[in-house]
Design a protein around this ligand. Structure first.
Ligand code: ZN
Length: 207
């Protein structure tokens, strides 16, 4: 496991980059769109992403993740920003077909191995200066900048902390930029928050 101990929750944000919302035909939400991934989905560097037999369209979503270092409840944005302990690369692997048919996202985003998380960064740089890059078989597919988020990292953490207490060790994945796409058996997919954290996984078939 790259994130020790296993976090109590992995909180995720949908449609937090305009260009990604548009590529899937969605509007940018008026408030952050939150969902959870089960911590049982977490895998570390080098472990395989397993395509489930019930999906025909599994996609990568490279994301900037943050690890919470201090408990946050009803926090303002400055307090929230100070509570970030580390940055991690996250791949919010998604069964896109099931996401559409189910109407909610628990199954589509919750399969075992659907949450690769890289090693935590040793420091925390400016939260509005982060870049996330996704490569498949060495070819760049996504490049996003935290400055282009619809809701900034401090805004997301403050908002979330008014709904659920964010505990030390919790991971918050802050949404994926444009360029999501399908993973096939044999692919090597890498998400990197430049200079800070990286996660690389191969894709294997079911069972
Ligand atoms: Zn995502």
């Amino acid at each position: 496991m790259s994130v020790q101990p296993r976090p109590g929750k992995v909180l995720c944000v949908g449609r937090n980059y305009r260009a990604h919302a548009q590529e899937l035909g969605n509007q940018v939400p008026a408030e952050p769109l939150l969902f959870l991934k089960p911590s049982s989905a977490i895998i570390s560097d080098g472990q395989p992403i397993v395509l489930p037999a019930v999906s025909g369209q599994v996609e990568y979503e490279g994301e900037i993740g943050v690890i919470i270092g201090v408990r946050l409840r009803n926090a303002g944005e400055e307090e929230a920003a100070r509570a970030v302990r580390a940055i991690v690369a996250v791949n919010d692997v998604t069964a896109r077909d099931l996401q559409k048919t189910d109407g909610q996202w628990t199954r589509a985003k919750g399969f075992d191995s659907f949450c690769p998380i890289g090693e935590p960064s040793s420091g925390v740089p400016a939260l509005d200066g982060l870049t996330v890059v996704t490569r498949v078989n060495g070819e760049e597919r996504q490049r996003g900048h935290s400055a282009d988020m619809v809701f900034s990292i401090p805004t997301l953490l403050s908002y979330a902390s008014r709904i659920m207490t964010l505990e030390p060790g919790d991971v918050v994945a802050t949404g994926t930029p444009a360029g999501v796409g399908r993973l096939e058996v044999g692919d090597l997919v890498e998400v990197e928050v430049e200079g800070l954290s990286r996660i690389t996984n191969t894709v294997v078939g079911p069972g």
